[in-house]
Design a protein around this ligand. Structure first.
Ligand code: UGA
Length: 436
């Protein structure tokens, strides 16, 4: 069986390597020729734990990487995993997915096989029926459900655990019409993911499930962040104990209750905006979703307010940011709250030094010479007047009394409570812990 995957970002590349490492005949397609050349040498365009190792294994098996669309001809399954970025009004930009399905449609014209096309890209409800399906039928001159199958197959993997999540998903969602293609898809997934629930539904529900998932996660984070701000104003209160305990209630669950500076990344903020925009379009005022977003935006201002309360005007103050990635174990800084914070600090003419174990190179692309980039965690603290822990990188746990000696003023804001148990002999403020 030949499987083609169109779009080699986090989702596409994880799927490509996981399927190919199992010995499947897999073709990975991406329009970026340079990326393809690097991938052929087992060099990943981003840092994702375990990815390059799997890529190496896969390249020794039947994996092929190419920018040439025509090679997808005679595939049995085609997965579309291109991005759907955000437009200025919050809605999603469909040009990449339109382009991908147009190209697939053209190839289908002369295809000998009747493939199944899975759309994994995140798209708002109605996109499959109103946009993807008509393009495919027009370009291929064939009928969906007869000459090819079309299935919505949203993805739930997280960056930093992308390989594990691809190998062991918590659910498989298959949206579309009840055809022989759906039966075949169900059989395929139950074989590669035995025991994992498979939800078969229609296109629009599958599309909605993806947004429901991400917006619920965002809601959980904004909820705990708001409670964390309340805790901060109750002397001695600790948000982690609150989160841990309510998480034991099976109706609540313990995950995504880690308070911090707000959610970032290439998905939650974008999907929240798209869902808000979509709700408006279908005549629903998304009051709760708006509040979740607003709470997220305000979280960063709370950090700045705390800094200004403690050290006054930020102009010319030396400030260290520990962690610029949008979360640990990634070099991805897209929509990272730390990046947003640095921009705000620069507007206030603060002098910023950053340290991130993986994301420094990406950070340099954004700020160039406007900030300083420390080579080590310890160096980043030298002569600083305030250090802010934005991301819970494991190595930040090593910070102790000695690490802070070179600071000009020993003032720490710990957005992730990494050092909350330590005796630091410093002005220590943890988000979510009330000062006694
Ligand atoms: C998110 C979803 O978790 C995935 O299920 C989904 O497939 C993916 O988006 C997507 O749509 O592609 P990801 O963007 O990798 O995954 O990031 P998350 O792990 O969800 O983290 C998002 C943000 O929330 C980060 O800034 C993180 O630091 C923050 N976060 C997360 C918290 O502040 N507290 C938490 O308890 C959890």
């Amino acid at each position: 069986m030949k499987i083609s995957i169109v779009g080699l970002g986090f989702v596409g590349l994880s799927l490509t390597t996981v399927l190919a490492s199992k010995g499947n005949d897999v073709l990975g397609i991406d329009v970026d020729k340079n990326k393809c050349e690097n991938l052929k040498k087992a060099i990943s365009p981003f840092y994702e734990p375990g990815l390059e190792r799997l890529l190496k294994i896969s390249l020794k098996k039947k994996l092929k990487i190419s920018p040439d669309f025509s090679l997808i001809k005679n595939s049995d399954m085609i997965f579309v995993t291109v991005g759907t970025p955000q437009k200025t009004d919050g809605s999603i930009e469909l040009s990449m997915i339109k382009n991908a399905v147009k190209n697939i449609g053209k190839v289908l014209r002369t295809n000998k096989k009747n493939p199944i096309i899975f759309i994994k890209s995140t798209v708002t409800p109605g996109t499959m029926q109103k946009i993807v399906l008509p393009i495919l039928e027009k370009e291929s001159r064939k009928k969906a459900g007869k000459n090819f199958g079309l299935i919505s197959n949203p993805e739930f993997l997280q960056e930093s655990t992308a390989i594990k999540d691809t190998k062991f998903p918590h659910v498989i969602v298959l949206g579309g019409y009840q055809t022989k293609y759906m039966k075949k898809a169900k059989k395929f997934f139950s074989k590669i993911h035995p025991g994992i629930p498979i939800v078969v539904t229609n296109h629009q529900t599958a599309e909605m499930i993806k947004y429901a998932n991400n917006s619920f996660l965002a809601t959980k984070i904004s909820f705990i962040n708001q409670l964390s701000n309340i805790c901060q104003n109750i002397p001695g209160a600790n948000i982690d104990d609150v989160a841990k305990t309510i998480g034991l209630d099976p109706r609540i669950g313990k995950l995504f209750l880690n308070a911090g500076p707000g959610y970032g990344g290439s998905c939650l903020p974008k999907d929240m905006k798209a869902l808000i925009n979509f709700a408006d379009r279908v005549g629903i005022n998304p009051t709760l979703l708006n509040a979740v977003e607003e709470t997220n935006k305000k979280q960063i201002q709370n950090i700045i307010d705390l800094m200004e309360r403690k050290i006054g005007d930020l102009k010319n103050k030396q400030i260290t940011i520990l962690g610029t990635a949008f979360k640990p174990d990634t070099d991805d800084i897209r929509d990272s709250i730390a990046i947003e914070l640095i921009k705000k600090l620069l507007r206030k003419q603060a002098k910023v030094t950053v340290y991130d174990p993986k994301a420094t190179e990406n950070t340099k692309i954004v700020f160039e010479r406007k900030i300083k980039y420390a080579k080590s965690m310890l160096k980043s603290l030298e002569k600083t007047q305030c250090a802010i822990i934005m991301v819970h990188w494991k190595q930040f746990e090593k910070i102790n009394y000695n690490s802070l000696k070179s600071m000009k003023r020993k003032f720490i804001i710990d957005c992730r409570r990494v050092l909350s148990e330590k005796q630091l002999n410093a002005e220590y403020h943890a988000i979510g812990i009330g000062k006694t």
